[in-house]
Design a protein around this ligand. Structure first.
Ligand code: SAM
Length: 240
């Protein structure tokens, strides 16, 4: 798998700016617990070694759904609260609701108003507008890891947590904000990992002008005849 970026890519100037805006906007970023840090360290080790962790399977689904991620039929269940992996990609500041948005963008901090000086510094190509809103976006279009293949469901078994990674003894570099995918409920062998993309602002599907296919974790399932994994419907395995 070519998508092996372990954690978000962000430059220090944007980290500092993000911290300032998070404080100004009184956004609460909870601290990752020690259990979460341990899970994070384990997931990063797997991504480093294999790209796709051994207990997961990448499958091509029907029609326009593209690929999806499944728990291997012979794997142990993933329990509620276990870390799947960080959603990794390139972090940048964009005018909100702009057209640069890709299918793989997560808005980390949105509705940011910038001073004239800040707009000149971060967005020099555009004329200053005092009411233009910006967001700090995480984009896995070009760089990311397997989490970029996790599809959408209104009944998800995975949720995204916006957390602070504190100083730790596990060798993880601290980060004032990071997005981690964590199991929302028990994920059983063969089930698809699914996340609800839509926040309260309904900004994902509305912008793309697509009606999402109504999937649950059990809609497509990997089954394991005689110890080998196979798919319930005809599908091809592709290398990404
Ligand atoms: C983050 S990607 C997920 C991985 C994607 N399937 C792929 O192969 O790259 C998001 C895109 O996957 C597709 N997708 C994910 N969940 C879907 C759903 N429930 N219905 C329709 N399309 C979906 C849409 O094209 C969406 O913009």
């Amino acid at each position: 798998m070519k998508f092996k970026l372990k954690r978000q890519e962000i430059d220090q100037k944007l980290v500092d700016f993000g911290v300032k805006k998070i404080k100004q906007n009184r956004v609460h970023v909870p601290r990752a617990t020690s259990k979460t840090l341990k899970g994070l360290a384990e997931s990063l080790e797997e991504i480093q070694k294999n790209g796709l962790p051994k207990h997961l399977v990448l499958k091509k689904l029907k029609k326009k759904l593209g690929h999806g991620i499944f728990l291997h039929p012979n794997a142990k269940p993933i329990l509620k609260g276990e870390v799947i992996a960080p959603y990794s990609g390139e972090v940048a500041l964009f005018p909100q609701n702009g057209e640069d948005n890709s299918d793989y963008v997560f808005s980390l901090v949105s509705d940011l108003l910038l001073t004239k000086q800040e707009q000149l510094s971060w967005d020099p190509g555009r004329r200053y507008h005092p009411r233009r809103l910006y967001s700090i976006d995480l984009d896995a279009h070009k760089k990311g890891n397997f989490t970029r293949f996790i599809n959408h469901s209104a009944k998800p078994n995975v949720e995204a947590h916006f957390l602070r990674i504190p100083a730790n003894s596990l060798g993880l570099s601290p980060s004032p904000f990071e997005l981690l995918y964590i199991a929302k409920k028990t994920i059983r062998p063969g089930e698809q990992l699914l996340l609800c993309y839509e926040g309260e602002d309904k900004s994902y599907w509305g912008v793309l002008n697509i009606k999402p296919f109504p999937m649950t974790p059990k809609t497509f399932r990997l089954i394991s005849p005689r110890g080998q994994s196979s798919f319930r419907s005809t599908s091809t395995m592709e290398t990404i």
